[in-house]
Design a protein. Sequence first.
Length: 456
Amino acid sequence: MCNVRNKIFLVILLVFEGSLSCYITQLVYSNANFLINIPNKIETDEITLSNQGNIDYDDQKLFWFIQISDTQFLWYNVDKIAGFYKFLNETYKEITPLFIFHTGDIVDANHGLEQDKTEWENYRKALDDNNMNASIYMDVIGNHDAVHNPNFTYFLNYSMMGLSFNTTQYSFNHSFTFGQYAFIGLDTAKESYNLLQFAFQGFLSSEELDWYENKLEMYKDFDKIFVFGHNPSSYPPFYNIESDVSLSGKDFYELNEEYNVSFYLSGHIHENSFQYSNNLLTITTSNFDQGGGIYRIVSLDDNRLSTSVGYVGDWPQAIITNPPGEEYLLGDLTVVEKKLRVLAWDPKGINSVKWSLFKNEYQLINWKPLEKISNEDPLWESNLNFTNRGNLLIKVKIEGGSGEIVKELRYNLSDDNIDNNNTISLIVLIIVVAGLVSTAIIYNHYIPKKNNEKKK
């Protein structure tokens, strides 16, 4: 009897959900006036990045950019809008990233019930007032931006990439002396959802996947491929991307594996996290208004990734670029690196950057200074030389004119996990000693000795 009641309840719930979704769709469409503008998903390859946000010396080769997401709660709050202006002005100008990438849900659309032109106008005004353009600022469409919006016309008429290129999907790339890197923006939204789909799922059609596969084929020999979309590729137990298949018969996840897609950056779930699934690292960044304006700095140093979350107006800011972060390593560091590198910024200047080693809150090494690589660049560097083992913590203290911040990096070093260089050195030493001993034995036993006695 209980099972029958549960089934009846489930049927009623599904009927109610479907009816409500249809009713909302009809209600909104009957009261909206839309510009007709069909999105173009053919890449124009007209995006040329700025020359900032990278360092290219003989021993230091890295770049960095900023990700933000889910600005949907800003546009009717004067203080929150002011925070977004401050991010586009002060934060951007101080950190000077290669670019800023917004991973969708630009607007709220009245909780997903209807598009609101005022929200889009406020967003566009913020971009224009702060001189943002498509070489330094990119955005993709989110579910709140797409719902009840035939042909995604609001996104195409007000967003950066929609207005600049009349598209919801695009790619661009950049070459340094140390490598080639590709960046792909995906459209994981659709025009209408039921309630469960709206909350949890992204979508990629066969047409979108054909385009995606073509881009991946184009970039298959690049050093790293970064992909951006609003919905996380995987975030158990509910969040994922519902994928059709391309003409080659592969879905989104299979294409990522085949072409070794390195990183997927998203938003939607309103929290900071990272997940590793099917050889793909998915990084999600929380809604922008959290903490007064949240953003994520992403660096790639020697082709290894690190990220650091910052807040608008908080200075100094910093990111440890080498060794790489736990999201890249999927845990603690297990091998001692030779160099420690840190990017640090403060509008009032950085006074010093120092590091120290701790174990169980006990300081093992006194604070040691990092040296600034050049007057023009925000990079600081130091040698890492310690022989301690166990669960260790490197702390980096950045002191600037605005205050102080501490960044941390965890090590888990066992006696069985000694630095590879030390292991190699030990092997070489053993070989050299064995060679010398063997030479002495051969000399003493097999090479005839000369008779040094004088003849009488």
